[in-house]
Design a protein around this ligand. Sequence first.
Ligand code: ADP
Ligand code: MG
Length: 379
Amino acid sequence: MKHKKDVVDIVNDSRIGETVSVDKNTVGSLPVVKRVVLRPVGYPLRTVDEGKSPEITTDDAELFSAYATDQWNGTLVKKNSFLFDQYIYPDFAFKVVSCTPKEGHITYKTKIMLEKIVKPLSVSKVKVSAEDIIGQTKAKEKCLIIKKYLLEPAKFGEWAPKNVLFYGPPGTGKTMMALALANETQAAIFLSKATDLIGAHVGGGARRIHQLFENAVNCAPSIIFIDELDAIGLDRRFQSIRGDVSEVVNSLLSELDGLNPNLGVVTIGATNAPEILDPALRSRFEEEIEFTLPNREERVKLIELYAKRLPYRIEIDSDKIADMLEGFSGRDIKEKFLKALLHKAIISSRSIIDSQMVMEHLKSVISFKNERKVKQLYM
Ligand SMILES: Nc1ncnc2c1ncn2[C@@H]1O[C@H](COP(=O)(O)OP(=O)(O)O)[C@@H](O)[C@H]1O
Ligand SMILES: [Mg+2]
């Protein structure tokens, strides 16, 4: 079975669905569309006992575009119209979610792509809880309200915590805290990096952000975690260099403003440098939660916690080592100190990490860190 009409339009425009095979910049009075984004929506019908329509995706965007222009060449499209596959999955429907310009004909020059689906991290994969986070007592206290809100969003109404900023040095537990919140409330969590939200095309970033928020609303209660916020939220004075960045900030601002507080969606932005954030963006975060480098006592706990998890026996005086690791974050202690130490032991085929090895490694790690500090000072 094939559709006589390739396109069905929801507003019943009589021109929609006409197929003309001309390859110019305009066809009749309508332009050629440059870019079409499709959302796979499934078959128009199914028998009652059948399962849902299959999920459709592609591994090769260019190949998909060639396949799509080949079958829909000459078809008139606009936003919200439908296209039906004719070959691989006959009659499977795609909805046009965006079209540039707004309306026109598909030709071989049109770039047709599938909408990128942003899926939440599977909650069952998140095993972190607040107890696993060492220190950050104030941050934990402040996060309690987010936890309560995610558990019972309806109770809060207009007083819901909506946008929260986590700030502080890298590797201090900001991502961990967001994961712990999701785990303890069984909320969906969307982890994204600000830099990934900037699209490759103009308009791509805005669309991605809109999708992200749309998906989070559909999965509520949910957390949208936007890491490295400073990468896009940079003060406007620095943004003029990249127009697409300010486009992303603007759409982020409008999504943050547009969220309905009853839904149970919390946006958490994370940054190491809150002071360089665009003031308009920064002001949207009603609460700023600081994450600090671990103090001596916390470093002892971090060393003990992660040393215990090493697959090798280790002779380590956590008290003494903690003194020497001042300025190290939780991540530094785990990755730069303990992980590198383990790798050294594996390479030298030792079955135990003795105190001499610990001390030698410590020296190299500290001098490396200091060297970098000196470099940063003179840059
Ligand atoms: N306070 C902490 N308690 C326990 N582990 C920590 C802590 N801070 C960092 N870590 C370790 O470092 C890793 C990176 O931390 P992360 O939460 O990604 O830091 P951030 O998001 O602040 O850059 C964590 O997965 C964890 O292993
Ligand atoms: Mg992080």
